[in-house]
Design a protein around this ligand. Sequence first.
Ligand code: SF4
Ligand code: SF4
Length: 99
Amino acid sequence: MQENKDNKKSIQEKLELLKYNCANSSHLIVDQKVCAKCKDKPCTFICPAGVYSKDEITGEIIVQYENCLECGACRIACPKNTIDWSYPESGCGVVFKHN
Ligand code: SF4
Ligand code: SF4
C-alpha cells in the first residue's frame, strides 16, 4: 500500500523525503575557467537534484553539493570532462533508506 502511494508522488515530492548528512566540503569540484567556455552547460539541466546553476552576475557555476543524489549523471554529461567527482566523505551524503 505504502509503495503504491509513494509511486504517485512527483519527483519533487520524492526528493523532499530524502535525508542528507552534509559534508563540510564539496565532493564535486568544477573548473570555472573551463566552465566559462562551456556553451550549453548541460550540468545545469541534467542533474535531477538541481545541484548546478549559473550565477547570473558572475557567470560562474554554483555547486550545491549538499543536494547531490550521487547518481553520476553530471560527470557523464559534462562535455569538457571537467567535474572532479567523488563520493562524499565517509558517512556523509544522501540517505536513501531511513525510518
Ligand atoms: S557541463 Fe561541465 S564544463 Fe559545462 S558548465 Fe557544467 S561542469 Fe562546467
Ligand atoms: S551525481 Fe547526480 S545528483 Fe549529484 S550532482 Fe551529479 S547529476 Fe546531480
